[in-house]
Design a protein around this ligand. Structure first.
Ligand SMILES: Nc1nc2c(ncn2[C@@H]2O[C@H](COP(=O)(O)OP(=O)(O)OP(=O)(O)O)[C@@H](O)[C@H]2O)c(=O)[nH]1
Ligand SMILES: [Mg+2]
Length: 438
């Protein structure tokens, strides 16, 4: 693959840095730093030191003052770090300034997340989306490559610097153009993915089956829940961003109604906006579902922040006003009854469950039925004339719109309430697209 940036192939020893400015940000910054720790762990990089620092003012070049920046670089040298990872988001110029100052690779939270996504992406769709986000991230940072070229060239010979600089400039121009071309191509490919998804969705809509999406913070237990409810085996693992592809499974609700359940990509605080943008094709499933199941890790001390993050991302996706069933997962890990009570009060109407142990899932299923209670949809059926029972049911509980006969079958279009859709599903036909009787 065409790489726009040069990076050390193997980074092994990392130093984490978080700089905050307002004392009121301290608690949040600290918990974000802990999460960065987990994210970097996920990449298999050793963390040998951490700097958590409050700067009294925001400095343009290094975020903090030059003196502190030099101190941080000296620490990185002492600990023999080959990469400094900032929790703060760094502008391309800041990243360059730090790398120049320390002669060490410098990345930020966004790049860490992009790297994790890059490793996890498997399907073609996920690959395109991750590649697009990475290219867009890399583009304004391409001048960094410059530095590398420059250093390499300038190393031995004096006087060769200018020529090398010229080559570097030319190279960067070529790379930029290539990057733009690639971004355009990825965008086109993504459009194709979107239209394929649209077609698939239309097929589903024709059958009128209800659809719910499982959303929530990464590692909250979404895939485990889908697996438990549908008996499938989506990878569910104690790691961040185990799932990058949506998986849809069909389950049956207690009232007999079928429900399509989609597992989605987990969210994280400060999820790079461009990743949300890039993953829109995948995340659209959440926007278009009839309702959402929000899985929260009730055992996390950060539960409120996890909750807020998910709602913020949903808002950003345009799914902020969806009907949401909140489940408080991992209740088996909640030992303190006071804590449990606090959570219960904080999230009225939410259901404590354990996805891994399969506990209280029947309550969740009833809630799903309730969520669909007032759902009606148009459907089209082919019913053998011998099935008087089904015909009676339709005439009694649905609104029949049209009836035609075809050999021994009756073709019917009707507006059907969710409660009886399950019983009729075996007779459902795709809605005819031409000469629709509806
Ligand atoms: N104790 C306990 N652990 C659980 C429960 N549900 C899930 N887990 C564990 O939590 C971890 C994450 O589960 P996943 O289902 O992969 O989480 P996810 O939300 O799909 O995560 P991403 O795909 O990374 O967003 C796994 O190790 C699960 O075994 C639960 O009810 N109790
Ligand atoms: Mg998952």
């Amino acid at each position: 693959m065409f790489e726009v940036r040069e990076r050390p192939e193997m980074v092994e020893r990392a130093m984490l840095v978080s700089i905050y400015f307002d004392p009121r940000e301290e608690v949040e910054a600290e918990s974000l730093l802990e999460e960065l720790h987990e994210l970097v762990d996920t990449l298999g990089i050793n963390i040998v030191h951490t700097v958590f620092y409050r700067s009294r003012a925001l400095h343009k070049q290094f975020l903090c003052g030059t003196g502190k920046a030099e101190e941080i670089i000296a620490l990185a040298k002492t600990y023999e770090c080959d990469v400094i990872v900032f929790d703060n988001s760094l502008a391309p110029s800041q990243q360059r300034a730090w790398e120049k100052l320390g002669d060490v690779a410098v990345i930020d939270r966004e790049e860490v997340i992009l790297d994790i996504f890059n490793r996890r992406a498997q399907s073609k769709e996920a690959r395109i989306q991750v590649d697009l986000a990475r290219m867009q991230y890399a583009l304004p940072r391409m001048a960094r490559m410059w530095g590398h070229l420059d250093r390499e060239g300038g190393g031995g010979s004096s006087g060769g610097g200018a020529a090398n600089r010229g080559m570097g400039e030319k190279q960067i121009e070529v790379d930029r153009r290539l990057a733009h071309t690639r971004i355009d191509r990825l965008k086109r490919e993504l459009e194709d993915v979107r239209s394929q998804r649209k077609t698939q969705r239309k097929e589903r809509e024709k059958l009128g089956t209800a659809h719910a999406a499982i959303v929530g913070y990464t590692n909250s237990g979404k895939s485990t829940l889908l697996n438990q409810l549908s008996g499938s085996d989506v990878l569910a693992k104690d790691m961040l961003f185990a799932t990058l592809d949506t998986t849809t499974r069909r389950i049956e609700l207690p009232d007999g109604q079928p429900l399509l359940l989609t597992d989605t990509v987990g969210f994280v605080r400060n999820l790079p906006h461009r990743l949300i943008e890039a993953f829109k094709a995948t995340l659209e499933e959440a926007v278009l579902a009839d309702f959402l199941i929000h899985v929260l890790d009730a055992s996390s001390p950060e539960i409120d922040r996890l909750y807020d993050t998910t709602l913020e991302v949903l808002e950003e996706l345009g799914a902020g006003d969806k009907k949401i069933i909140t489940v408080l997962n991992k209740h088996d890990l909640l030992e303190d009854p006071v804590q449990r009570l606090l959570i219960e009060n904080r999230y009225p109407g939410a259901i404590f469950i354990s996805a891994s142990r399969g506990e209280n899932l029947d309550t969740l299923m009833s809630k799903c039925c309730e969520a669909l209670a007032d759902r009606i949809h148009k459907a089209y059926y082919r019913i053998p004339q011998t099935r008087g029972d089904i015909l009676n049911l339709l005439h009694r509980d649905a609104k029949v719109l049209s009836t035609t006969y075809e050999e021994n079958d009756i073709l019917l279009s009707a507006i059907v309430p969710a409660a009886i859709a399950g019983k009729l599903e075996a007779f459902a036909e795709p809605l005819p697209t031409i000469d629709s009787p509806l």
